[in-house]
Design a protein around this ligand. Structure first.
Ligand SMILES: NC(=O)c1ccc[n+]([C@@H]2O[C@H](COP(=O)([O-])OP(=O)(O)OC[C@H]3O[C@@H](n4cnc5c(N)ncnc54)[C@H](O)[C@@H]3O)[C@@H](O)[C@H]2O)c1
Length: 442
């Protein structure tokens, strides 16, 4: 099948590379000329595990241009993967999708063969039937489902493992305007996935709701584990990992996304909850869970701030370890660590910051109060309090013998993931673990 991918960013470029790696010809389009020039130069701007290798392997089967026209004429299916940023109210903006559809509409009007337009970007439920299809039908004078097909087919990938997740999905969600379009996308996925996913082929509106409902359910589950962690942290002898491991063994619950910790972040989860809440109010069926999930997630920052602030005087140096929103990616969008850093800086603490991948974005007015360290040990030995915020393996595998030798003063160590419990054996370390009361040595 010949496939075009419009929008070659974090998700689009990985999608294009994965599809091409399985033998399809892919026309990659981006409106940003510099993106196209860089890709033609065989340089990869998106930092994602295994992507450079996959692109290199598939280079002969991907063309790069900024022409939507060329891409639609030369392919059977067009995947639209452009940004849909949240507006001030938390509703996703369709501006970029509509702009691509306008270009696509003028080409589809002239194209004789049946073509499938597939929106992959996350959109507000109702967008396809109320906005996208009427736009294309008006522009082309053609009938959706007969002269062209329309699909909404969002991905459930995690940054850092996009390639793996894309090629090994549990679920392929396809909302389609008609059977032919649904079948076409199902065939496309069957031709490249390495797993045996559940194909959920449904109406456009159901697929739009499912995308948000699934992400919001996952954040609710994470939040449940985070709340359990706070509860266990307040009860002598309690340990959140013991409790959640048992919970996860029940198949009604399942063990994934059940590690109590610092909370969820990133470019999708936080905004999806807000959008889901907005949707429910807009249709007059107010949901209560999404806003509580957001509230609980935000509260973790205040909770941790207070834990540290009670034990360490303002003005002291704090080592903050980990800024990306999770291990395995450099992305810091909505990172809880950044929120905490701002709280500490506002309160007058000095910050020694480390992350193996992320660029730590220090607000201009606090530049003098933050030192970015290349080595986490340097940050730890110079601080009075240390917070392990992102569970990168380099933190869990810090050499405690070297640390003990270099530590010239007592430190408080706040471990948000129970990743370095052995550090409690060092006499000069006062260890506190989120979710474990008995682990305290204070
Ligand atoms: N990144 C993720 O983890 C992820 C996961 C699931 C869903 N999504 C959704 O996928 C969509 C894209 O996300 P992303 O992270 O890849 O965005 P991104 O910002 O990394 O990339 C978007 C790309 O689209 C290009 N673009 C913008 N307008 C265009 C236009 N009119 N024509 C052609 N190209 C255009 C930009 O130049 C950019 O290269 C969003 O709706 C997002 O919510 C992303």
């Amino acid at each position: 099948m010949n496939v075009s991918v419009i929008g070659l960013g974090k998700l689009g470029l990985c999608t294009a590379a994965c599809i091409a790696s399985k033998g399809h010809c892919v026309a990659g389009v981006d409106k940003d000329e510099s993106v196209i020039e860089t890709l033609k130069d065989r340089r990869c701007l998106v930092r994602e595990n295994a992507l450079p290798e996959l692109l290199n392997e598939s280079f002969e089967r991907i063309s790069f241009s900024s022409s939507v026209e060329e891409a639609i004429f030369s392919t059977d299916v067009t995947l639209i993967i452009v940004p849909t940023p949240s507006d001030r109210d938390g509703v996703f903006s369709n501006e970029a999708v509509v702009s691509v559809l306008r270009e696509a509409g003028s080409v589809l009007k002239r194209k004789k063969d049946f073509h499938v337009v597939d929106v992959v970007s996350t959109v507000m439920p109702g967008s396809s039937e109320k906005e996208f299809i009427p736009l294309l039908e008006n522009m082309t004078g053609k009938k959706c489902g007969i002269d062209f097909g329309f699909a909404y087919n969002p991905e459930f990938i995690a940054l850092g493992s996009v390639i793996h997740d894309f090629l090994n999905p549990d679920l392929v969600l396809i909302g389609s305007s008609d059977d032919r379009t649904g079948e076409c996308l199902r065939n496309l996925y069957e031709s490249f996935v390495d797993s045996s996913p559940k194909f959920a082929v449904m109406s456009l509106i159901n697929a739009e709701i499912t995308k948000l409902a699934l992400n919001c359910y996952v954040t609710m589950k994470i939040t449940y584990a985070n709340e359990l962690a706070r509860l266990c942290g307040a009860i002598d002898g309690a340990n959140v990992d013991v409790v959640s491991e048992a919970l996860g063994a029940d198949t009604r619950i399942g063990g994934r996304c059940l590690k109590g910790g610092l909370g969820f972040a990133g470019p999708c989860f936080p905004r999806d909850n807000i959008a889901f809440q907005k949707l429910s109010s807009a249709v007059g069926a107010e949901l209560f869970l999404p806003s509580q999930v957001v509230k609980s997630n935000d509260f973790i920052v205040d909770y941790l701030f207070d834990i540290v602030d009670e034990r360490i005087e303002n003005g002291a140096a704090l080592a903050l370890l980990g800024f990306s929103y999770k291990a395995g990616t450099h992305i810091c969008e909505c990172s809880q660590s950044l929120k905490l850093m701002n709280r500490f800086l506002e309160a007058g603490y000095l910050v020694l910051a480390h992350d193996p991948m992320a660029k730590i974005d220090v607000p201009l007015r606090y530049k003098g109060s933050v030192t970015v360290c290349d080595d986490p040990l340097d940050a730890v030995i110079s601080a009075k309090g240390v917070l392990l915020l992102t569970p990168w393996t380099i933190y869990a595998s810090m050499d405690l013998k070297i640390l003990e030798r270099k530590l010239a003063h007592p430190i408080h160590f706040f471990d948000c993931w129970r990743a370095l419990e052995d550090i409690a054996s060092i006499d000069t370390v006062k260890y506190w673990a989120l979710g474990v009361r008995s682990g305290r040595k204070e």
